[in-house]
Ligand binder design. Structure first.
Ligand code: NI
Length: 437
C-alpha cells in the first residue's frame, strides 16, 4: 500500500518557496487550488477520477490502489486523510468556515468478479474484475462533491466527514461495520449516501423515508439421511426426498407465515446431494438467501426454517445441520433526512427530478448499518441514458451515464449545506418525525 501511495504522490509536487501545489494532469503540471477550479474543471476531474477507478477495479478487501489514489487526491486538495485499521477505508474531515455539527458522506469502493463487456475505452485493465455495481461512479461523485464543498466553505455551518468504505459487496460481513469500529462515525449527526440506479434516467433520483432496501441473510442446510441400495429404499433415509419436502415447505413461509401486507422472499439457489443414481442419497446440501423489509419478520424466519427441519426429523427420520448467517440490516431511511434530500433535489435539480413513486427494492446495502446508529438517508441516483437500454447492476455491460457524476455531486453538496444549516439551528432536527417545516 505504501508503495502505491508513493507512486500516487509522485503525481503531485509542492513548491517549497511559494508552497503552491502542482499536479500532473493530462500531460502537464497545473497549479492545484481546488477552491479556484472552474465548473468545467471540476466536472472534468470527476470524470477523470471515474475513468481511473473504472480502469483499475479491485474486489472487496483488496482495494489497495483505489485507497491510495483517494488518499493522495485528498492530500493534494489540502485535507488530512486517515486510513482505517486493517483494511483500505479512507476518511477525511472537511472543516467549514464556522464550528458546528458534523455530517458524513459515504462512498463504497469495491468492484466485482465480473468479466467486463462494455467495450469502453477505459474498460477494466484488471482481467475478470469490473466495477459492475457503479462504485467507481460513487467514489468519483464523492471526490467531485469534496471539490464543490471546498469552493463553498463559507456556506458550511459545521464540518463534513468524507468516508470511502471498502468491501460493500462482502456480505454478510461488509465494510460499514469496520468503518464504524474505526470510529469514523463518532460525533456524526447525519449520514448520507447514494447508489447509481439504472432503472431511472440520469437526472432523476429516488428517495423515500422508511425501508428502502432489504435485510439480506443467508442459510445453509445439510440434510443427513442414510444410504442404501436403490432396490431397498426402506433400509435407507432419502435425503433428497426430504430436501424436496423442505423446498415445498419453504415456499409456504412467504405465502402463509408472512403477512400478505409485509414483504419477504426466500430463494434457495443451490442444491447438491446424492452420490450415484442407484444409491438412496445419504446427504443433501441447500443454500439460500432471505430478503425482508421488516426486522421483526426477519427475526422470525430462521425459527420457521428450522421448524420445517425439526418436522422432517420426526416424519422422515433425517438429521440436519442448520447454519444461518445474519447479513445486512434493512436500510431504513430516517424521515427528516429523507425529506431534506427530496427538497434539495427539487431545488438543485428541478421539481421533476424526484421520482413520484419509489418502491423499496429487495437488493441489500450495508449502508443500513450506519442508519442503525446515526440519522440519515440513502438515495438512488438515476444513471441510464434516455433512449438507450440500460444494463442492470452486476451486469457485465453495466455502464452508468457519466452525467450522473455532476448531478450526484451537486445534489450531495447541496444536501450537506442544507443539513448543516438545519442542524446548527436545531441539533435534534434529524431525530424528529414528519415533514420539514
Ligand atoms: Ni453496489
Amino acid at each position: 500500500l505504501h508503495k502505491a501511495i508513493r507512486r500516487q504522490r509522485q503525481m503531485c509536487i509542492r513548491d517549497s518557496n511559494t508552497s503552491m501545489r502542482f499536479f500532473f494532469y493530462k500531460g502537464r503540471w497545473i497549479e492545484m487550488n481546488p477552491a479556484a477550479l472552474s465548473e468545467e474543471k471540476i466536472v472534468e476531474i470527476g470524470r477523470e477520477c471515474r475513468r481511473y477507478f473504472h480502469a483499475h477495479p479491485e474486489i472487496s478487501t483488496q482495494e489497495a490502489e483505489t485507497s491510495a489514489k483517494i488518499f493522495s487526491l485528498l492530500e493534494e486538495w489540502g485535507l488530512s486523510p486517515v486510513r482505517g485499521t486493517g483494511h483500505y477505508g479512507v476518511a477525511a474531515t472537511l472543516k467549514g468556515k464556522s464550528e458546528g455539527p458534523l455530517i458524513a458522506l459515504r462512498a463504497d469502493m469495491d468492484a466485482l468478479s465480473v468479466r467486463e463487456e462494455t467495450g469502453l475505452p477505459f474498460a477494466s485493465q484488471n482481467e475478470g474484475v469490473m466495477h459492475a455495481c457503479g462504485h467507481d461512479v460513487h467514489m468519483a461523485i464523492l471526490l467531485e462533491t469534496v471539490l464543490r464543498l471546498l469552493q463553498r466553505r463559507d456556506d458550511l455551518f459545521g464540518s463534513v466527514r468524507i468516508l470511502f468504505q471498502p468491501s460493500e459487496e462482502l456480505s454478510p460481513t461488509g465494510g460499514a461495520r469496520l468503518m464504524m469500529k474505526d470510529g469514523f462515525l463518532d460525533g456524526v449527526s447525519g449520514v448520507f449516501g447514494l447508489h447509481v440506479w439504472p432503472s431511472y434516467p440520469v437526472g432523476r433520483i429516488g428517495i423515500k423515508g422508511g425501508p428502502l432496501m432489504a435485510a439480506s441473510d443467508r442459510f445453509r442446510v445439510t440434510i443427513k439421511g442414510r444410504t442404501a441400495h436403490a432396490g431397498h429404499p426402506h433400509e435407507g433415509v432419502d435425503a433428497i426426498l426430504a430436501a424436496a419436502d423442505f423446498l415445498q415447505e419453504v415456499s409456504h413461509i412467504v405465502s402463509r407465515r408472512v403477512s400478505p401486507l409485509d414483504t419477504a422472499t426466500i430463494n434457495v439457489g443451490t442444491i447438491s446431494g446424492g452420490s450415484r443414481y442407484n444409491v438412496v442419497p445419504g446427504s443433501c446440501i441447500l443454500e439460500g438467501t432471505i430478503r425482508t423489509l421488516n426486522e421483526t419478520t426477519r427475526d422470525h424466519i430462521p425459527q420457521w426454517l428450522e421448524g420445517i427441519l425439526k418436522g422432517l426429523e420426526q416424519s422422515a427420520g433425517i438429521t440436519y445441520e442448520f447454519n444461518y448467517f445474519r447479513g445486512y440490516p434493512v436500510l431504513m431511511n430516517w424521515p427528516k433526512p429523507a425529506e431534506l434530500v427530496r427538497q434539495t433535489a427539487q431545488e438543485t435539480l428541478g421539481e421533476e427530478a424526484v421520482m413520484a413513486h419509489v418502491e423499496p427494492d429487495l437488493t441489500a446495502e450495508d449502508f443500513g448499518f450506519y442508519l442503525q446508529k446515526v440519522p440519515g438517508a440513502f438515495l438512488w441516483l438515476g444513471c441510464s441514458t434516455p433512449g438507450t437500454p440500460a444494463a442492470g447492476l452486476h451486469n457485465a455491460r453495466c455502464c452508468p451515464d457519466e452525467k450522473a457524476l455532476e448531478v450526484g455531486s451537486r445534489l450531495m453538496a447541496g444536501v450537506v449545506i442544507k443539513a448543516l444549516a438545519a442542524l446548527s439551528a436545531d441539533h435534534d432536527f434529524f431525530q424528529k418525525d414528519g415533514s420539514l417545516s
